[in-house]
Design a protein around this ligand. Structure first.
Ligand code: RIB
Length: 316
């Protein structure tokens, strides 16, 4: 491996409460589902854990509650080797939870009760100056307050750190936030919320990615699931094909994608190479049930990239 990449991930931590069912219930309907499982999740924590499994020294900053879920999550982060010196345990709010239904096709429907994540405020960033001086990439998502995301992006920009914004969950963003981002990465529904237009195929995704550049992002990467991904920079817009796999559960596939892209960029790979690797990471995550259990290790990802004849890879 090249010099160990160093990343800072700031974002949400949830305990996922997951039930499998044939389909999502209709309004007012009660369905009998499958097994219930509690699985560590949250977009921020998923991306931090994925970065660590891919070999990066990873700082994770966010908020959990002083409760049993928070304690379980914290122990998990310690086992994964995350740097959590600046993870706050909030005495006045519960740990965030996500209620997830996974249907027979492996697709999910999610409702999040943010709890402590909502109280991850700009003041939580004050101790991070020294960390930002050390890292290659700063990775954010939109499951914590927007003011915090904006403040973190500003701090990253001021220090010349590559800023990556996974634009989930869906919401519109003020142009000044988009302009602070080096790589913005929405999926289709997130892109629709950002752009106010529908993403129905690769061509509309390419047009949407170009529009994100006009809004001020230095680069845009659209995560398109079964259609692969679109990469847009001022020099070129290109489409990368999906890796076909048997879908078990799509939860956290986007998180695996963003993390792999961030680690590859931190190691000095080009954006196009990073996205080819990220497509493989997302595909692997779809083959395993649950958020954090599905995030691939560096070895597993390198093996998959090789098996699929992918030109880019993380070194094993
Ligand atoms: O991206 C997947 C995650 O979204 C889940 O783990 C859930 O916690 C929600 O935050």
């Amino acid at each position: 491996m090249p010099d160990k990449p160093r990343l800072l991930v700031i974002g949400s931590a949830n305990m996922d409460l997951v039930v499998t069912a044939e389909r999502v219930p209709r309004r007012g309907e009660t369905l009998s589902g499958g097994e219930f499982k509690m699985v560590p999740g949250g977009k921020g924590a998923n991306q931090a854990v994925a970065c660590a499994r891919l070999g990066a020294e990873t700082h994770f900053v966010g908020r959990i509650g002083a409760d049993a879920f928070g304690e379980t999550l914290r122990q998990g982060y310690e086992r994964e080797g995350l740097r959590i010196e600046h993870l706050v345990t909030d005495p006045d709010a519960p740990t965030g939870i996500a209620m997830i239904i996974v249907d027979a096709d492996g697709d999910n429907s999610i409702v999040v009760a943010p709890g402590a994540n909502k109280r991850c405020l700009p003041a939580d960033l004050e101790p991070l100056e020294a960390v930002l001086d050390e890292v290659h990439c700063l990775v954010l998502q939109l499951e914590i307050p927007l003011d915090t995301v904006r403040a973190a992006l500003r701090m990253g920009r001021e220090r010349g750190v590559t800023t990556i914004l996974d634009a989930g969950p869906p919401r519109a963003l003020p142009p000044e936030v988009v302009a602070l981002v080096d790589v913005i990465s929405p999926n289709e529904t997130e892109a629709e919320a950002l752009l106010g237009r529908s993403i129905a195929d690769v061509a509309s995704a390419e047009a949407g990615a170009r529009r994100l550049l006009q809004m001020g992002a230095a680069a845009a990467v659209m995560k398109l699931g079964a259609w692969g991904a679109v990469v847009a920079t001022p020099d070129e817009v290109s489409h990368i094909r999906a890796q076909r796999v048997e879908a078990v559960d799509t939860t956290a596939a986007g998180d695996a994608f963003t993390a792999a892209m961030a680690v590859a960029l931190a190691e000095g790979q080009s954006l196009r190479e990073a996205v080819e690797i990220a497509v493989c990471a997302g595909a692997l995550a779809v083959t395993v049930f649950g958020a954090q259990p599905s995030l691939p290790t560096r070895e597993k990802l390198a093996e998959f990239c090789q098996d699929r004849g992918c030109r880019a890879s993380l070194s094993p």
